[in-house]
Write a new protein. Structure first.
Length: 620
């Protein structure tokens, strides 16, 4: 055979190198960046990386020798939460030619995933650690705005579910309203939630079918918090819950009409929204804002201080705008505090945990389901004007956190009745239909504080059905966030648990699912809620089988500012602080030691509406 000339060989090698670089991918692009000589900071080409936001995403970056020329995302981030960030952040990175763009507080996971993916791609393109550091240090230039002062009838601090409920209620009462929000969009924790809202339509066919009533809701809420909640407030919460659902429907929010038992909810009374997560609430709120001009939103405006007049009444708020300017907002009527809890404030939650010493630790090793902006700002501001803080040590954890992020996304359960929890030994260890604190404390006692949710295909017959966070089971399996198998033995192998133990655990559990507890033999953990598919309690026996790993995560802080039935904030002597109202997770004393699953969204709607109405009626 005639030998190939060096010139042809060189051209062939060059062509292969160009082809390899253009195709992208971690392995090929790394090899090409090592082989090619660079005249700039990057090896030109297209590179891809897979990262995890609320859901898995693929980031694809194209570079020339010194700049990013294109960024593309493949994602399924939730509409109204991560999706707008996925659309806007790549543009911001391109414009800046840097990585120092702002994290969006209401979509932290999405923001961080995009930055992680772009950084990975730049490293594949040959960027050194020094280059990455320089790009991370690049920040957008911000032109300082002038100080500003506004006046409205009612001022609301916080644009989560409680704040927007208060704002719209005050507007419906004929008031002009200004809402201050520290992040760039409305939503808070509410938009990240599973959307479940406990409410009983007393006497309805649905309530009768589940032997439910407002009285039972009151009883379970009060006793579920070890009778530490204010019974008057608990009663208001439950009695006005259905009115809250009807009000949301009037604003345009859709509900499926189905009720279910959310984890720790103790009873099937959670109303399921038509839209995923908490997005339905904010679609309805935004629709109202689009049609009414009496509510003004001030985004990227961080409240720092409540203003008090010469008579001791709260009359406004001083805040900081996005560019560091001072923003003062005066209220002719009332001020509503709706800033959420403090689950993201590690120092504050550790200090509060010292009161009860309930949890082994609440340090930074324990993640949170909450948005990054939920840091207790309102509680600190309220205390500065004399507000009484109540039951700060009552902090709720869930056993349902994503192992990587702590978020509730990736949770495969559809309802309490259809799944069990097993530890790394393949054994059940708790009543999966019980209280949230009891389930999470039991999880802390398991190896690596890790468990698996296990269920069958009854609620996911095709795998394309959505969970409570808008994710399909098939997508979770494909992303490696859930396991799927045709037999329990295969499922156990994927989970890394003993197959004999897992099959025996499920066999024993299934014995209780045929008609409930066996006659004269209760479930060993006291469980009374069993799977109910088309009227049959048939357990976990329909392949394919599914499992997903979960860890403890800080979810809700039940302590906070003390209020009365009118949502007026009280001082240490039980006296009303005039002009100041509060609603939602910033308040304390309603849920006691343990909040029933599904009661948080009831709380924000019921007391948000009360706070808005009270603030509108208040006069100095």
């Amino acid at each position: 055979m005639k030998p190939i000339s060096r010139k042809i060989a060189s051209l062939t090698l060059a062509a292969l190198m160009m082809l390899t670089t253009a195709c992208g991918g971690a392995a090929s692009s790394t090899a090409s960046s090592q082989a090619a000589s660079q005249t700039g900071i990057f090896t030109p080409g297209t590179y891809s990386a897979t990262t995890m936001g609320m859901h898995e995403m693929t980031v694809t970056v194209t570079v020339d020798a010194n700049a990013i020329t294109d960024i593309q995302l493949e994602h399924t981030e939730t509409e109204g939460i991560g999706a707008p960030v996925a659309e806007n952040m790549p543009k911001e990175i391109m414009e800046l030619q840097g990585l120092g763009v702002d994290i969006v507080a209401s979509a932290t996971l999405t923001s961080e995933a995009i930055l992680e993916g772009v950084t990975d791609c730049l490293k594949q393109a040959g960027a050194t650690d020094e280059v990455i550091t320089e790009w991370q240090a690049k920040k957008p230039e911000v032109e300082a705005e002038e100080d500003a002062e506004y006046t409205a009838d009612v001022v609301v601090i916080g644009a989560g579910g409680a704040g927007m409920s208060a704002a719209i209620t005050a507007a419906q009462a004929g008031k002009n309203v200004i809402v201050l929000e520290k992040t760039g969009s409305m939503g808070g924790n509410t938009i990240l939630s599973g959307g479940a809202m406990n409410a009983v339509d007393d006497g309805s066919e649905v309530a009768k079918a589940h032997d439910d009533s407002v009285a039972l809701h009151i009883q379970q809420t009060y006793e579920g918090g070890d009778e530490q909640g204010n019974l008057e407030l608990v009663t208001i919460l439950c009695e006005q819950a259905w009115d809250g659902v009807e009000w949301m429907k009037e604003l345009g929010m859709g509900f499926t009409g189905e009720v279910f038992t959310v984890t720790g909810g103790l009873w099937p009374r959670a109303q399921r929204p038509s839209d995923p997560e908490g997005t339905g609430f904010f679609k309805a709120f935004q629709s109202y804002l689009d049609e009414n001009t009496t509510v003004t939103m001030l985004y990227n405006t961080t409240a720092n201080e409540l203003l008090v007049d010469e008579n001791g009444a709260v009359c406004g708020v001083k805040a900081t705008g996005k560019t560091g300017n001072t923003v003062t907002v005066n209220a002719t009527n009332g001020v509503v505090l709706a800033t959420g809890g403090f689950a993201r404030n590690v120092e504050l939650r550790e200090k509060a945990n010292e009161e009860t010493q309930l949890w082994p630790t609440l340090d930074e090793s324990i993640p949170s389901t909450n948005a990054s902006g939920i840091t207790g700002d309102g509680i600190i501001m309220a205390e500065a004007v004399g507000a009484n803080l109540i039951q700060m040590g009552n902090i709720q954890l869930l056993p349902l956190g994503d192992p990587e992020t702590g978020s509730l996304s990736g949770n495969i359960e559809h309802a309490v009745e259809s799944r069990i929890f097993v530890n790394e030994q393949g054994e059940r260890f708790v009543n999966e239909g019980g209280r949230r604190d009891e389930m999470t404390l039991a999880l802390f006692e398991q190896s690596n504080t890790t468990m698996f949710i296990v269920m069958d295909s009854d609620t996911y017959p095709t795998g394309e059905e959505l969970n409570n966070f808008g994710e399909t089971m098939n997508s979770l399996v494909e992303a490696g966030r859930a396991y799927k198998a045709d037999t329990l033995e295969e499922l156990a192998e994927q989970m890394g648990v003993p197959a004999e133990t897992l099959t025996a655990t499920i066999e024993e559990y299934n014995r209780h699912c045929v008609g409930g507890d066996l006659e004269g033999q209760e479930d060993e953990f006291g469980r009374t809620l069993f799977s109910d598919v088309e009227g049959e309690n048939d357990g976990i026996n329909d392949a394919p089988f599914y499992a997903a790993k979960r860890v403890p995560t800080v979810h809700h802080t039940m302590g906070g500012v003390e209020i009365n039935a009118n949502a007026e904030v009280l001082n240490a002597n039980g006296e009303v602080i005039p002009g100041l109202f509060a609603a939602g997770e910033v308040t304390g004393g309603i849920h006691g030691t343990n909040r029933l699953g599904g009661n948080a969204l009831t709380d924000i709607i019921v007391f948000g509406r009360i706070a808005g109405a009270s603030a509108a009626e208040y006069t100095r």
